[in-house]
Design a protein around this ligand. Sequence first.
Ligand code: HEC
Length: 153
Amino acid sequence: MKNVKVLWVIILLLLMVSGGLVYKFVTGKVSASDDGRTNVILTKDERNLILQEMRDFLISVQAVSQAITENDMDKVADLAHKAGMAAEADTPGSLLQKIPLSMKTLGFGTRKKFDEISVTAKTKDAKLARQQLDTLMQNCIACHAMYRLPEPQ
Ligand code: HEC
């Protein structure tokens, strides 16, 4: 009987830990920002990593747009692929835990949209690729409207 009790305590503890992890995965590490957005609280290095990814996003959007204009669809396919999910391989799990689920969804959604553009580029459909880039940029706008990355104090 004693063993059963111990087992229940262990099960309960495990449930609490996994529940806590799921909760963190959904909410992330956040606080309210005085400009109406949500602060995502990261360390200095994590913040620098994300902001670097952001500057790379801007470079990718510009380069893909220019390649579409120049109708160089092989280049579009290559650039868009590099900015897609392939770029996410090195993102540390600890960082993902601090980012709220809706922000993760928008972030991965943006990567997937780059992958879609890469697929479209292989069919040489420049007009569709342009439309997909227009839609992709709505993700940039949506996320910036919702979240901030305050500098660590
Ligand atoms: C999942 C959310 C998210 C998406 C999607 C997103 N961003 Fe950002 N971006 C942020 C946040 C948060 C910041 C920090 C804003 C702040 O603190 O005010 C930021 C900052 C930036 C910065 C400033 C970088 C710096 O060094 O300060 C640039 C440039 C940028 N984003 C470009 C883009 C572009 C271009 C896209 C779309 C291709 C994009 N972002 C998509 C969340 C996002």
